[in-house]
Design a protein around this ligand. Structure first.
Ligand code: C2E
Ligand code: MG
Ligand code: MG
Ligand code: MG
Length: 291
């Protein structure tokens, strides 16, 4: 399907395809093979605390290193994976890779956290909590260093089933984050009933907040309501110094975005860490509290 490549990406035509179309079936087969063949990669994007600018954690973001098409972004294959059951092994791969890499960083004196995106389909999989426990045990990483990001819309799609699973994970010590948080799916006060420790403000508000009074108001409301609930607020999609300053003024806890770094392969993230050390930026020593 190389001929179908568009500016939006090799698989951009997928969402409109019939579930059983030959191309979609081929993609599913290829994706399944990619998981088995080790063609998936995990990239990491830094999250930095605004007060003190220390590195609080990394977000693990999956990529598909396609033999013909090069790097395929997750938005183009995660939805397919979710609808075909490939998401199970994919989630396990990302979780295990991220924890193994985190253990390696820990051995080299970096004690930041790791955030992993979890599809609701994986979250509601009967064996999921146990698999997270196994992955933590195998890596030797303390549960408190792992944050699982679940999108607001997915938690809200089936709260009766999702909340008990989130509670079991929380009881294990794992941190939980509501990803792509905005307004619309749930009221801010509903947050109090979720066993979460963190809220990530959706990029669509953050990237426009310095030009749009409405988006600024939403960002401010999320920050103001999260504070009394004891929730860490992460702003994703921070691309400008102006946005960083405004978020500092509003009392946001943590930022993530191209201003700091794009998601990087492990070797490149190592270089990013070295450059920070040379520049005299605060590290992430073992004596530092978790975010
Ligand atoms: P997300 O979890 O909300 O991740 C943040 C996305 O925003 C990432 O896109 C990241 O590269 C991008 N981003 C970060 N900072 C900036 C910025 O300053 N400007 C702009 N324009 N973009 C920024 P990415 O890596 O393409 O991932 C897209 C989505 O795919 C993720 O959104 C997440 O929902 C999903 N995803 C990625 N990896 C996984 C995974 O391992 N499992 C699951 N279930 N979903 C994943
Ligand atoms: Mg995320
Ligand atoms: Mg997000
Ligand atoms: Mg997103």
């Amino acid at each position: 399907y190389a001929a179908k490549r568009t500016s939006r990406g090799v698989l951009a035509y997928l969402p409109v395809m019939e579930a059983s179309s030959p191309r979609r079936l081929r993609l599913v087969t290829e994706l399944r093979r990619a998981v088995e063949a080790g063609d998936l990669r995990v990239h990491y994007q830094p999250q930095v605390r605004l007060a003190g600018s220390e590195l609080s954690g990394l977000e693990a973001l999956v990529r598909w290193q396609h033999p013909e098409h090069g790097i395929v972004p997750p938005d183009e294959f995660i939805p397919v994976a979710e609808h075909t059951g490939v998401i199970g092994p994919l989630t396990q791969f990302v979780l295990q890779t991220a924890l193994a890499d985190l253990r390696d960083w820990g051995r080299r004196g970096h004690h930041f956290g790791m955030s992993v995106n979890i599809s609701v389909r994986s979250l509601l999989d009967p064996g999921f909590v146990e698999e997270v426990g196994h992955a933590l045990a195998a890596s030797g990483v303390p549960a408190e260093r792992l944050t699982l990001e679940i999108t607001e819309s997915s938690v809200m799609s089936d709260p009766e089933r999702a909340v008990p699973v989130l509670e079991r994970l929380r009881d294990m010590g794992v941190r939980l984050s509501v990803d792509d948080f905005g307004i619309g799916h749930s009221s801010l006060t509903y947050l109090r009933r979720l066993p979460v420790t963190e809220v990530k403000i959706d990029r669509s508000f953050v990237s426009t907040m310095v030009h749009s009074p409405e988006d600024l108001a939403i960002v401010r409301a999320v920050i103001d309501l999260s504070e009394p609930l004891g929730l860490t607020v992460v702003a994703e999609g921070v691309e400008s110094e102006e946005t960083r300053l405004e978020l500092t003024r509003l009392g946001c806890g943590v930022i993530q975005g191209y201003l700091l770094s794009r998601p990087l392969a492990k070797v490149d993230l190592d270089r990013w860490l070295e450059r920070r050390t040379v520049a005299g930026r605060p590290g992430s020593g073992p004596d530092r509290p978790l975010r």
